[in-house]
Write a protein that binds this ligand. Sequence first.
Ligand SMILES: Cc1cc2nc3c(=O)[nH]c(=O)nc-3n(C[C@H](O)[C@H](O)[C@H](O)COP(=O)(O)OP(=O)(O)OC[C@H]3O[C@@H](n4cnc5c(N)ncnc54)[C@H](O)[C@@H]3O)c2cc1C
Length: 387
Amino acid sequence: MNIVGAEGGLRVAVIGGGFSGLIFSLKLLEAGVDVTLFEEHSIVGYPPHCTGLVSSRVLGFIGAPAFKSTVSRFDGITLSNASSHVTFRVRGGLFKLERVKLERLMLEEALSKGLKAVMGVIVRRVSPRGVVDYGDSSVFDSIIVADGYHGSIHRSLGIGYFNPPVYGVNVEYDMVTGSRRVTVVFDSSISRGFFSWLVEMDHGVLAGLGARNPKLLARSLRALEERFGLRDRRSAYGGPVITGPPAETLSIGRVHVVGDAGGLNKPLTGGGLYPNSLAASLAKRMILEGVDVNTALSKSLNTVSSMLRKQYKLAKAVLEGGVIERILDLLAGEEVGEAVGSVDYDHHEEIPSLAVKRAFWKTVKIGVKTLVKNPALIPRIALAILP
Ligand SMILES: Cc1cc2nc3c(=O)[nH]c(=O)nc-3n(C[C@H](O)[C@H](O)[C@H](O)COP(=O)(O)OP(=O)(O)OC[C@H]3O[C@@H](n4cnc5c(N)ncnc54)[C@H](O)[C@@H]3O)c2cc1C
């Protein structure tokens, strides 16, 4: 066993050294808590799965490791279906992080702040009274379970996220398109019930998609490659994408479930970096204000979980009802290239609602033009709509 780090203070165990375990470790260390991280692998960041797209707000939450692992910046995001596309500015910009590097730098920073890291060790079980069994056993004041969607620890406790995930795959290509943009494609002939994405950067292209049925991934990927002329695959990776709603119960006794294990993800895209950075930062603030660690953790998780629950209804309509595909059809023929409005990348519900507004005004414009050309229609329409 390999244990590194400092001694002293209120003791919190974090199970899992993925993004969520690392961000909670960092924020708790910054609040003066003594943190011990248990990770089954001997390194963090592997196997990679994530696209790594985040807002400037998330960069701010994570701090130096995020700035140092940023590989591209984008001003906007383009939504597309089979026939049309529309571009929105993203307030503060959109950033592509190198995810494996991010987690390595987060671990280094946490170690420099006094983290004890128990690497290459599988935690067998934890108890709501604070016991962590990892071959040896130790008692902690709080336990943060960040063991990911498949993790056996939250599952054995019977709390956390259990809904089936979307299966996501990312492929890196050596080709350079000469553009720098992020396109999200809502086209059910490529990705039914979810969407696909294309991240064009100065040094290469990253493309990916999600599917509820993993058997469809290979065929869908070929369709995406054909549509965008993608070639020269370099590497492929993926994993479960969690689309909510977040788990009903996230805390039991001294144990708190976070990250993909708790369904703390943006419901439209499955993005986990924003909700967990936010929850960890809220917990840090409360602890610094004097709130005890268990209360701070359960309150911050409840706050973020309620926010995600509100986003869930809209996300479900957009993803499952094919709403966005139809809205984009309505927008067909719009001016392309120019951004039509600005959106908050962490509150995705703004994006489809802006598209709806845009489609509404386009319909009104067409209606007015028709009436100007055919004034004889006015009395007929008036008769039809008057009571
Ligand atoms: C294809 C794809 C694209 C994505 N794109 C984005 C994106 O652009 N932006 C975004 O914000 N999010 C994105 N996400 C989501 C994001 O990647 C996840 O929400 C996030 O990585 C989850 O981190 P986690 O720490 O909760 O879980 P994980 O990364 O699964 O980490 C769990 C960790 O716990 C360890 N562990 C498990 N059990 C034990 C045990 N018993 N003992 C010790 N260690 C244990 C595992 O080894 C692992 O290191 C994407 C996800 C996918 C699949």
